[in-house]
Design a protein around this ligand. Structure first.
Ligand code: SF4
Length: 409
């Protein structure tokens, strides 16, 4: 079957670091989520998915028409195969839709011990040409290739045109400056194997540069990490190229990040389809701004323009991640008769502030905060400065538990 042409719309694929984030991604519009279990996965140090969680994530995703991909993407050594076939069989029985793996041996094992689950070749295999993708299809019967983040847009177009299987391309999130894990900085500096789930992100640490004994960057420490990928302007090209899935990176990211980034791209992709193609600059500016509300790092277009020059590197300590203060609160409950919501606070805000509600499946709705009451002692406030406080606020439209309150500008 020609799977590449079976889907009518491109898939939006979101990361999930735990069950709550998987559910959030699905509710905010992800067509599929990817997650890792406690074993055999990169990011296994950060994974919170027990088998029972994966079962629940599958049930939730399938009930909402979404899919679940499970990463089995470590670069395995001989001892890492112990228990792997039982693990794969159990995941198939649970109902996962695809395995993401970077090892030909694991691909072969998946074909031998499961029958229904798709195999997606991880970006860790750094596929940058159609011949490699076709070889993997013909030899190991894989279903999809996640293209290397180092592909230019021209590479993506030609590979997708010439290969026999689905292609998946990254659109947002962290980049590994050393070609998706072909790096031993973390191994050597922390004894944590980057390719077995332990990357300590040593490329993002700050360094002094020495010319012999002389420090040449005393005023500004150096870091070699990459800026994050932000490919909102490439979505149309990727759709036209016939790419099957658009992937957001970030299994370590927060629930707010997942909700904001997934929601932003969901709205952008849907509007491109409704419009029948490219959007006017004014609409693109709107979507870029919406997506960036969830981002707290510097961004770039990665390798899509053809070269990833010096501008794609963080370079100095003053330009890396900052705290995102746009996330103000989550809605705990809403009283429709009184048009009042109980919210749980995160970042500071004041009465008079313009706020917006991010709600699954809806456009953002804005309002001006006119009053707030602290439920701890019923005091009226003009400024909220305490995180995790429960406040009662008037809202001029209906909201739901779990909705996100964020700054409108
Ligand atoms: S230390 Fe940086 S460059 Fe090396 S594998 Fe980790 S993220 Fe990639």
């Amino acid at each position: 079957m020609d799977r590449k042409r079976s889907a009518s719309r491109i898939e939006l694929l979101a990361p999930a670091g735990d069950l709550k984030r998987a559910q959030t991604a699905v509710l905010y519009g992800a067509d599929a989520v990817y997650l890792g279990g406690m074993k055999f996965s990169l990011r296994s140090r950060a994974s919170n998915f027990t088998m029972e969680d994966i079962r629940e994530a599958c049930a939730f995703a399938h009930a909402h028409g979404s899919k679940v991909h499970v990463t089995v993407n470590m670069i395995p050594h001989d001892e890492d195969f112990e228990g792997l076939s039982d693990y794969l069989k159990e995941l198939e029985e649970i109902g996962v839709d695809a395995f993401i793996t970077a090892s030909p041996a694991i691909m072969k094992l998946i074909r031998e011990c499961t029958s229904k689950v798709e195999i997606h070749c991880s970006t860790q295999m750094s596929v940058t040409n159609a011949a490699a993708a076709n070889w993997l299809k013909e030899t190991l019967d894989i279903d999809r290739v996640v293209l290397a983040r180092e592909c230019s847009m021209n590479n993506v177009k030609s590979i997708t045109r010439d290969c026999l299987i689905d292609t998946e391309a990254f659109i947002h999130g962290g980049m590994c400056v050393n070609i998706s894990g072909r790096c031993t900085l973390s191994n050597r500096m922390t004894l944590r194997d980057a390719n077995r789930g332990g990357c300590a992100q040593s490329c993002r640490w700050t360094y002094q540069l020495l010319d012999g004994q002389r420090c040449v960057n005393e005023r500004e420490l150096f870091t070699m990490g990459s800026k994050d990928l932000f490919a909102a302007d490439e979505i149309c090209d990727l759709i036209e190229a016939g790419v099957s899935s658009l992937k957001i990176e970030g299994r370590m990211k927060t629930e707010y990040y997942v909700a904001s980034i997934v929601s932003g791209y969901r709205h952008l992709i849907d509007e491109i389809y409704e419009n029948g193609g490219r959007l006017p600059e004014e609409r693109m500016a709107y979507h870029r701004a919406q997506i960036m509300k969830g981002e707290n790092r510097e961004v770039c277009e990665g390798f899509y323009p053809g070269i990833a020059g010096a501008g794609t590197i963080i370079r100095n300590t003053t330009s890396d991640a900052s705290v995102n203060h746009g996330f103000l609160a989550t809605v705990v409950s809403f009283d429709e008769a009184r048009m009042e919501a109980v919210i749980e606070t995160r970042n500071p805000f004041d009465t008079g502030d313009e706020m917006e509600i991010l709600s699954p499946g809806m456009d953002c709705r804005t309002f001006t905060l006119t009053a707030m009451k602290d439920l701890r002692d019923d005091s009226c406030l003009t400024a909220s400065r305490r995180p995790m406080a429960q406040l009662l606020i008037p809202v001029p439209f209906a909201v739901r538990a779990g909705d996100i309150v964020r700054k409108a500008v």
